[in-house]
Design a protein around this ligand. Structure first.
Ligand code: 6PG
Length: 232
């Protein structure tokens, strides 16, 4: 089953614009109530447009605290790093204090980085908002299977089918330990996994996404999925 707050939008630009509005609204509420907004960023390419739009928004950036759902074990400034993409199109352009930006130190190796990040986030839970993407196989973050050892709050991943094989990822429980989640899925290549998710397949995204998550899907990714009319 898909989350109750699922919405299909015409194209990736509309998904990004709606995502940006949700994120800014979540930030305003968190900052109003707790003077801090703790957001977990998704990796991959889908959130690129949303991050670009966020860079142009007006908000109290000094109260934003940034985490990542997962990271690839590459050098810290490698173009393939999830943290590098967010930095280049957004974080380098807004005044978030450096001490509130927490990249996963995946350049230190999966095992050490997972232990360090678990210690770093321990007293930062629950997050206010967790962003999630979805791969063509239904993975999310760097969680590629629903079985296996998911006990540790942050996992060292050694056999990821999506290169690089070595990654670090928050586990399912940690990705769900938040006030709200926002899942972004665009592109025709995602439609089989979207359909499988709606049919109840035991996919990593289905394990990570809470029933009350916001899910924004573009028409191409949602083409095989029968969204209720109210969600169109
Ligand atoms: C990664 C991401 C991964 C991503 C999905 C979707 O490191 O690749 O964390 O989980 O979110 O694979 O990727 P795209 O957004 O590029 O389709």
């Amino acid at each position: 089953m898909l989350p109750v707050n699922s919405k299909i939008l015409p194209n990736p630009q509309d998904v990004a614009a709606q995502a940006c509005l949700i994120i800014i609204a979540e930030a305003a509420a968190a900052i109003r109530e707790r003077k801090l907004f703790r957001i977990v960023l998704a990796g991959g390419s889908t959130p690129h447009r949303t991050y670009e739009m966020l860079a142009r928004m007006a908000t109290d950036w000094s109260a934003w605290e940034i985490f990542w759902s997962d990271e690839r074990c590459l050098p810290a400034d490698h173009a393939g790093r999830n943290s590098r993409m967010a930095h280049d199109v957004w974080l380098s352009r807004v005044a978030i204090p450096a001490r509130l930006i927490h990249p996963i130190p995946a350049e230190r190796g999966a095992k050490l980085a997972a232990a360090e990040y678990a210690a770093n986030i321990r007293d930062k839970l629950p997050f206010d908002l967790v962003l999630l993407g979805m791969g063509i196989d239904g993975h999310t973050a760097s969680l590629f299977a629903t079985s296996g050892d998911h006990i540790a709050p942050v996992l060292a991943v050694h056999n990821a089918p999506k290169p690089p094989a070595e990654r670090v990822s928050l586990n399912f429980q940690t990705l769900r330990t938040c006030r709200h989640q926002l899942v972004l899925v665009t592109g025709a290549e995602k439609s089989p996994a979207m359909f499988a998710w709606q049919q109840g397949a035991n996919l990593p995204i289905a394990c990570a996404a809470r029933n009350d998550a916001f899910l924004l899907v573009d028409a191409e990714a949602g083409q095989s999925t029968n969204f209720m009319a109210s969600q169109l």
